[in-house]
Design a protein around this ligand. Sequence first.
Ligand code: MN
Length: 312
Amino acid sequence: MSGPLKPEDDVPASPMAEAEAAHPNLELIEGRRTQVGAMEVNRVLPRRARRTVGPWCFFDHMTPFTVSPENALEVGPHPHMGLQTVTWLISGEVVHRDSLGVEQSIKPGQLNLMTAGHGVAHAEQSPVKTVEKMHGVQMWVAQPDVTRNGVPRFEHHAELPLVSLANVDATVIVGEFEGEASPATSETDHVGVELNMRAGTSTVPLRRAFEHAFVVLEGTVRVGDQIVTPGNLAYVGSERDEIGMVAAEDARVLLIGGEPFTEPLLMWWNFVARSREEINAAHQDWESNGRRFGKVDSPLARIPSPRPQWLT
Ligand code: MN
């Protein structure tokens, strides 16, 4: 035997520790705090380190706040293309109005799903004269090439399937989970589930072919020795049958997943596209107030499109 032991040689590495180092349970990615009108949100997707999870390409977690006539949630008419907006509330109420002529209020436990296709516009606001806590998320699902130029549509689902697991009540927002399928239209193979966890250990089933991630909306969750709190994306990866989560007290988690989305995405402002030319055209179509995105019957002011930074 030669030479003295270095301190790091002192403790033999256990096969378990090496396996955990090579395959950490979670990749934790910090969200970016940003402002959407009067709302402060944590944007956990897209992040530089992780642009998509399956077809999920955008995830804003609204920081809970109190709405009142003086401090309302008001997002004026703005356009979308190439994506589905998935609106999910934990508390409060939001009224959606779109250029298809739909006016639809949404409450906790319900889903508003707008499929933009070639183009749609909508506005969202809290009902006037209410004073209540507002808390929720807005997510986008990228539409695949085969449908992204299609006609826009809107769905409201007042009731969604519930699944009970040990220490968890789950709501299937989109896709299928434990044999229960959401009635929401899916154009890709993906899933979105709200997990309402009670104190204790929960084993959440996953699909091996999906990559998954989750966002803690309330409370704290531990996976192995990693602690996940609101404001971060916890990327789980794929090839896993389940994930064990421990909650010290009640926690609320949003689990998203799907088959990895392989089409190249170019996201800019409210548009999901494939090229700058598509973005330029959408920008011009919104700015010229043409027929493509239609008109929203809303008391709020239309939001102008910024100019794409690559246009000089
Ligand atoms: Mn929108």
